[in-house]
Design a protein around this ligand. Sequence first.
Ligand SMILES: [Zn+2]
Length: 393
Amino acid sequence: MVLVVARYRGRGMRAGAARGAGRPDTGEAPEGVGSALFRELAHMVAALAEVQGLRSFVLPYPGLAQRALDRTVMHCLDVGETPPRSLPELWEWCRTRPADDPLFAVPASLITPGTTLVHPVGRMPTRSCLEIDSYRPDGGVAAHARALLGDLEVRCVTGERYRQCRRFLARHPVVHQQDRFGLGWSKAVWSRVKSLYGPLPESLLVEDVFLRCPSCGLPALPRDGAVPVPGPHATGADIWCEGEECPRNDAPELIREPGQAWILRGSLRTFLALPHRTEEAARDALDRAGIDHEALSGPLSAYRLRDTGPGIVDIQVYDRLQPALLAVHLTDGAPLADRTLVVVPDALAGRDGYREAFTNALPALLRDRLVLTTPVDLVPDLGRGRGEEKDDA
Ligand SMILES: [Zn+2]
């Protein structure tokens, strides 16, 4: 499996990965055609979602959409299926045909079965779609978020200024005109970050109203395309939000003057704002335990712990729905510390098969160095690691 994972990024396979997979090194077995097509469609969906007026595809289609459509048609002809006739139909396929559909046949050990690229309710790219796009050789949407933060860090000059700005972005995926008169508003911070915001896109408005999820603070949309009536009936499963996994106990907040609001760039909403609550919970846990930590630049959310005994210990925080892709990201990314605790939300770590999929996608050599944990288990897991080191000594 790991063999396939490594190839998925179009990179060379590692010896460690092959051993970890426990299968013979078969040389150049190509990535499945359907799998590669699914990846190309993920890129198409992510790229088109950045374009305003998403739902009115007109000819001529953007080049990458036309290429993806052509490749889908070719693949359908090869396997004897009726191909999609247009981009809207292909978009509908991305909403209804999951990774494990026979057309794509993406292995379950790589992408969770049932994963679609377009959300069935929101009709926008799923979080999984953006995660899959991030495994392109250029790093896709997640790399875009890292690049934006990298530029911001340079502009801020001092570390303290950068941390203030980063915190603001993470906590304010949407900014309303009236926020500027609220307590704690900093003109200096806003002037440094406002270029990372833009007007609310048409595709996120319903009858000229913008809906915001009360849990994750990210955009929401109703299934039936009508603004939910405030009150007890406004809740339920018929609302989609960009966070996808939020509880639906409270009605979405309505912003009725969308012209007076700005929204953070999509890549930063998904890869900075969304994991932020988990990041704060992890840092709170470290603070309560008196464990000093300093932010690392580079990864989106990473800290190096101080005074943890022999060896370098880092934490990295993620909110990713696809555990195998997260494992590949960590394996292929920047050099790892002696031990890295990978913190994900409790709800994800507790999900059936999540931990197993993460571990199985790691090369055997890295399985002791990368520990999947949660904000609650972080400090106990850290202690366990230290205990083991002592035992080894
Ligand atoms: Zn939400």
